[in-house]
Design a protein around this ligand. Structure first.
Ligand SMILES: [Zn+2]
Length: 215
């Protein structure tokens, strides 16, 4: 079985299922619930490979009326074999992506679900830095910036969702005379949460265009 779904599509599917479960708590009319369920299943079906038994089983699992949150949470991991995982990077590979960082704090790989990551992001609380590894023009690039210690409610520049964001400031241009240009954006403090909310990669690409160092 080969993966065919991206992590952001998997996040979209997860959101669709969660919205369906929430609607069951709010909608008393059975016919209305059926309409919502059919729409949800159709939205998800379009992203799944046809004739894949796993995908069929997953969709069948969504049919019962008033599906519980617990059952839904158990169904979703069924799809993970169909999702392209984020690559595991060695310390050496990460070092190449962050050549200028002397003591790069490593991400905690064991705590990550690679099937939910469109990009990899982790914080170094000690130096108040955030590191990001993200796909950009068919390769992975490393980005770093200062992460403000304060968390505020706002819209994240990457996942476009309202949540707990912090100001991420990166240096985008250095001139020979010691002057430099800095760029600030509010992004989710918790990158794992950000990835779960990221259903469209365009904003991530736009973000990288803005924050990456310019020559
Ligand atoms: Zn976010």
């Amino acid at each position: 079985m080969n993966p065919t779904i991206t992590a952001y599509q998997y996040s979209y599917i997860t959101q669709q299922v969660n919205q369906l479960v929430s609607s069951y708590l709010a909608v008393n009319d059975k016919h209305m619930r059926q309409v919502i369920r059919d729409t949800t299943i159709e939205n998800i079906r379009q992203l799944l490979p046809e004739d894949e038994p796993l995908a069929k089983d997953f969709l069948t699992g969504l049919i019962p009326d008033r599906l519980s949150r617990k059952t839904a949470a158990e169904l979703l991991p069924m799809l993970e074999p169909l999702v392209f995982p984020f690559p595991t990077l060695s310390t050496k590979q990460l070092g190449k992506l962050f050549r200028k960082v002397k003591k790069l704090k490593q991400p905690e790989w064991s705590g990550l679900n690679l099937h939910t990551l469109t990009y990899l992001g982790w914080n170094d609380g000690g130096s108040q830095k955030k590191y990001l590894v993200a796909p950009f023009h068919d390769r992975l690039i490393g980005l770093q910036g200062d992460l403000a210690p304060e968390t505020v409610k706002g819209v994240c520049a990457i996942c476009q969702t309202i949540g707990n964001v912090a100001l991420f400031v990166s240096t985008t241009k250095r001139s020979g005379l010691g002057t430099y240009t800095r760029n600030g954006n509010y992004i989710c403090r918790d990158s794992a949460q950000c990835n779960r909310q990221l259903t469209d990669p365009q904003a991530l690409t736009d973000f990288i265009e803005v924050v990456q160092p310019k020559r």
